[in-house]
Design a protein around this ligand. Structure first.
Ligand SMILES: [Ca+2]
Ligand SMILES: [Ca+2]
Ligand SMILES: [Ca+2]
Length: 277
C-alpha cells in the first residue's frame, strides 16, 4: 500500500511539475525575436501549437520572418480567411477553440529552389516548390503577426493562443514531427536551433531554451510596465507532456531511493528467513 502511495506521488509530481503556459494574442499584439544566424536556416522545420479563437477576417500570421521592403517573407505560417492555399492553414483546416500543431519544412532541391511542406497535427496537408526562396535579411521573427509595413509593430495579427515554438536546422519527416510534437523538449536535442516553451507567465522576455539561442521580446519594447502590443501570458498551455523540472527530478530521485531502501529491507528480510531455515 505504501509503495502504491509513493508511486502515485511520483506520477502526480511528473504530471504537474512543469509550468504550463502560452501567449494570448487578441488581434493587436505580437512578440518578436531579433535576427540572428540561428533564425536564418537554409533548410528548416518551424513548428508551434496554436488555438484560434475566431475565424480571421484577413490573414492571421502565426510566425513570420519578413524580408525586403514589400510583403515578402523568408518563412511564414498563417491562418488564412480562405480555403487552404500557398502553405497557409485554411479556414477549412482549423477547428476554433481547439489546439492544433502546425509545422513547415524547407528542403533545398536545387540551386535557389526550396521544396516546402506544411503539416497540420502531424499530417502533410500542402507542399510547394518555392523558387526562388526569398533571401533572409535582418528582420526579426514575428510571433502572432507579419510586418509588411516594416515599422516594427507588425500587422495581420492573430487572435488566440500560441505555444511551443521551435526552429530546427533541417527538414523533419512526418514521423519525426509526430515523435516530438506532443512533448516538451530539453533544448539540447540535435538540430534544434531555437525553442521557446512560453511558460514564463510574466515579464517581457520569452526565453530560448537552446543555450546558444535567442530570447524574444513581447510587443514593441521591454519597458517594465509593458506596452500596448504585448501579448498576455496565460496558464493554459498546449496539450503536451511537460519535462520534469530539476526540483522534481530531485524528489523523483528521493522517491526512487525510498523505494530501493524498502526493497533492500525486503531482501534483508528474505535473507534472515533463509538463515533461520
Ligand atoms: Ca508552454
Ligand atoms: Ca509579409
Ligand atoms: Ca513590451
Amino acid at each position: 500500500m505504501r509503495r502504491r502511495l509513493l508511486t502515485g506521488l511520483i506520477a502526480a509530481l511528473i504530471s504537474t511539475s512543469a509550468h504550463a503556459g502560452a501567449l494570448r494574442f487578441d488581434g493587436g499584439e505580437f512578440a518578436k525575436i531579433p535576427d540572428t544566424v540561428a533564425l536564418r536556416p537554409s533548410e528548416f522545420t518551424i513548428e508551434l501549437w496554436f488555438k484560434a479563437y475566431s475565424t480571421p477576417g484577413s490573414w492571421n500570421h502565426l510566425m513570420t520572418k519578413p524580408t525586403g521592403t514589400g510583403v515578402s517573407d523568408s518563412f511564414w505560417m498563417a491562418f488564412s480567411p480562405n480555403t487552404r492555399m500557398a502553405l497557409e492553414v485554411g479556414v477549412d483546416d482549423v477547428e476554433l477553440n481547439r489546439w492544433h500543431h502546425v509545422a513547415l519544412t524547407a528542403t533545398t532541391t536545387g540551386p535557389g529552389v526550396s521544396y516546402r511542406e506544411l503539416f497540420l497535427d502531424g499530417i502533410q496537408i500542402d507542399f510547394w516548390e518555392y523558387n526562388p526562396p526569398w533571401p533572409y535579411d535582418d528582420s526579426p521573427v514575428f510571433l502572432g503577426a507579419d510586418d509588411n509595413n516594416h515599422d516594427g509593430i507588425g500587422g495581420l495579427r492573430f487572435v488566440g493562443l500560441i505555444d511551443e515554438v521551435r526552429i530546427w536546422g533541417q527538414p523533419r519527416t512526418a514521423a519525426e514531427i509526430q515523435a516530438t510534437k506532443d512533448s516538451e523538449l530539453y533544448g539540447t536535442e540535435a538540430g534544434l536551433l531555437a525553442y521557446w516553451r512560453l511558460n514564463e507567465g510574466q515579464g517581457q522576455i520569452m526565453h530560448d531554451a537552446v543555450a546558444t539561442g535567442s530570447d524574444g521580446l513581447l510587443g514593441y519594447d521591454d519597458l517594465p510596465a509593458g506596452d500596448q502590443w504585448d501579448p498576455a501570458w496565460v496558464t493554459e498551455g498546449a496539450p503536451i507532456t511537460p519535462i520534469p523540472e530539476p526540483a522534481t527530478m530531485g524528489l523523483l530521485a528521493l522517491g526512487g531511493l525510498a523505494l530501493l531502501k524498502r526493497k533492500q529491507r525486503q531482501w534483508h528480510g528474505v535473507s534472515l528467513i533463509i538463515r533461520k531455515c
